[in-house]
Each structure stands twice: as C-alpha cells, then as structure tokens.
Design a protein around this ligand. Structure first.
Ligand code: SAM
Length: 333
C-alpha cells in the first residue's frame, strides 16, 4: 500500500519543488525585485550538492511524495544538472520528474535531459516580441527560448508547458498571441497572475486578474473547460475549440487555491518552506546524512503549513500578507 502525506487540514501533499540554485542567466524585472537581493546568491558551501539533494528527495518519497520539480534561479546553470536528474530518476517512487526553466539553455540540453530521465519541462516565457522580451528579462534573447521550446518538443519532454506571467501594461497586449500558440502545437500555455512575494511597492501597478485571458480567448474561438493533467495542481484548464494544446489559468490572488495546496518547497540552501507566502522555514541542513531525521523535519513542516481558512480571499488584502524576505529566484517560484 502506498503511503501519503496529509496535513492537519486534510490536504494531500505529494509534490516537492526543489530549487537547485539561486543564480539565473536572466534578470526579469518583476522576479529579482531589488538590486540588493539581485547579488545575494547562495554562497557555494550552502548549496545542496547532488547527493544531498538525493537525500532530501529520498526522504520525501519515502513519506509518500511522488512528484518532483527542479527549479531555481535557473536550474540549467548547475553544471551537474544531468547528474541531479540521473540520481533522482533512480528513485522509482517518483512518477513525475519535471523542471522549470527559462529555456535559454534547452537548445543544447533538451535531449540530454530526456536521456537522463527527465519527464517534462515548464518553460517561462513572458513575451513573444523580441524587444519586449529583452526589456522584461533585462537583455535576454527571445530566439534562444523559442529554440529551446522547439528542442523540448522534439526530445519528447511533453507536455511542454509555457508559463506566462501576466503583467499589466507590459505584456497584456500579447494575450491573444499566446493563446494562439495552443492552436496547432502540443503546447499548453499557462497564464499566471503576478504575485508580490518580497518587499515590492509596485505590485499594484503590475497585477492583472486572469479574467482578461478568458475574454480574449472567447474572441478567438469557443473556450471549453477541460481536465488538467498531473491532478491537483493550481491551474484551471481550457481548450479553444479544435486546438491541440490547452490554456491554463493560475490565479493565486483573484481565486486562491490554498485549500488545494499539495506542495512543499526546498530552497537551494536546504530550507524547507511549508508555504510560498510565509516566512517560516525548517532547516534541513543539519540532518542531511540521516533519512529518518529528514523525514521528521518534513512532518514538522507539514504541521506548520498555514490554515487555508486564515488566508484572506480578498486579493488586495491577501497581497499585504505576502511580504516574505526571499525573492522568487531564491524560492524557485
Ligand atoms: N529560471 C526558471 C524560469 O525562468 O522558469 C525558474 C525560476 S523562476 C523564479 C520560476 C517562475 O516564477 C517563472 O515562471 C517566473 O515567471 C515566476 N515568477 C517569478 N516572480 C514571480 C512573481 N512575482 N509572480 C508570479 N510569478 C513569478
């Protein structure tokens, strides 16, 4: 019989998101919120090494977690990323081993990652216009991400999911172009509401509820509600009539899904985070050589996973609750 981790509020927690580095080769203005945090990478000695990552994930799967996502920073910047994937692939309890990336290095790595055992990739892409992409990412090259997407499809890292963070006044005019990507290709495009995670004053200027996406989609073709895959995730899925790919909506603010939260996060310096929007962390580092102690720490984190009822349903009040000390690059999204 398979075991499972269930928290005090009855949520089954089966999904581990693990940041493997804080370094990134892009510098998206809304992600790296302030110049101070921009330079604050994990010091090398604190970064979990391959065997330590393996130890953490082994403890998690022994407790019943079965889905693992590698993230960052940019996970493909880790020179040992293929080793990390190979080590984790050897844990047969993992049914879904995925990775979130900006895609810049996928052109070279997609086939190698697939060979190492990676199941699929999520690729972040906030603009389909060269100049806008460059502005948002602070100098990134759109063509690199686009060829990374193509290589991932060819390598079978499917379904390839594109994550687009909707930013008011920045990329909202591109909603229709993103929706159209799903019409003829096996691409799922997921729109994500911008979230204030650290000390940022400008959130009110960037936040846009995803209702806009539904309105734009309806202008193109009828929108049909469909099941998502890898059940229990935060996205609501739709498909344009006759389209190959799906459209996902992830609305942490306008329709929060804390009552369905199925995840724990590990930062690249080995801290377990029970909730993206809470400052609470459980340090795993002193226990990396002892699976049983690591398991106890996981249970500890589960116990302090916040009460979903305690979260305000009003998005603006909710935003005020979201002032953590870490940036998205440190947590891994
Ligand atoms: N470098 C990888 C990438 O680009 O996907 C992984 C790390 S990145 C922090 C993970 C995701 O978090 C990206 O899709 C990014 O757009 C998203 N993200 C960062 N800051 C965000 C914010 N304030 N609100 C919503 N999503 C955010």
């Amino acid at each position: 019989m398979s075991n499972s981790l269930v928290d005090v509020y009855g949520r089954e927690v089966n999904y581990l998101r693990l940041s493997v580095t804080e370094n990134c080769n892009l510098s998206c203005f809304y992600c790296r919120s302030s110049p101070e945090t921009c330079g604050a990478e994990t010091v090398k000695e604190e970064l979990l090494q391959v065997e330590e990552i393996y130890a953490v994930v082994k403890a998690a799967v022994e407790l019943g977690m079965s889905r693992v996502r590698l993230t960052g920073g940019e996970p493909l910047l880790r020179p040992d990323i293929l080793d990390i994937v190979r080590w984790l692939t050897s844990l047969k309890e993992i049914t879904d081993l995925s990775l979130t990336t900006n895609g810049m290095l996928l052109d070279k790595l997609a086939f190698k990652l697939a060979d190492a055992g990676l199941t699929r990739v999520n690729i972040s892409l906030d603009s389909l216009e060269e100049a806008n992409f460059k502005k948002i990412t602070n100098g990134g090259k759109l063509s690199s991400t686009l060829s990374g997407i193509q290589k991932s499809l060819e390598a079978g890292l499917t379904p390839v999911k594109i994550n687009m963070v909707l930013l008011k006044g920045i990329n909202e005019h591109e909603i229709a172009s993103f929706i159209k990507l799903t019409q003829n290709q096996e691409l799922d495009v997921r729109f994500i509401e911008y979230m204030p995670v650290s000390e940022q004053d400008s959130w009110g200027d960037l936040f846009l509820p995803l209702d806009r996406v539904v309105e734009e989609a309806a202008k193109i073709a009828p929108l049909i509600s469909v099941e998502g895959d890898h059940g229990g995730g935060p996205a609501r899925y739709y498909r344009l009539q006759n389209a190959v790919g799906k459209i996902g909506l992830i609305s942490p603010l306008s329709r929060h899904f804390c009552d369905r939260c199925n995840r724990l996060r590990v930062t690249s310096d080995g801290r377990l985070k029970p909730c993206l929007f809470s400052e609470e962390e459980v340090d795993l580092r002193p226990y990396l050589d002892d699976t049983e102690k690591l398991k106890k720490k996981f249970v500890e984190a589960l116990i302090i996973k916040p009460d979903p009822e305690g979260v305000s349903c009003d998005s603006y009040n909710r935003m005020k609750q979201f002032k953590g000390k870490r940036t998205m690059t440190q947590i891994g999204g």
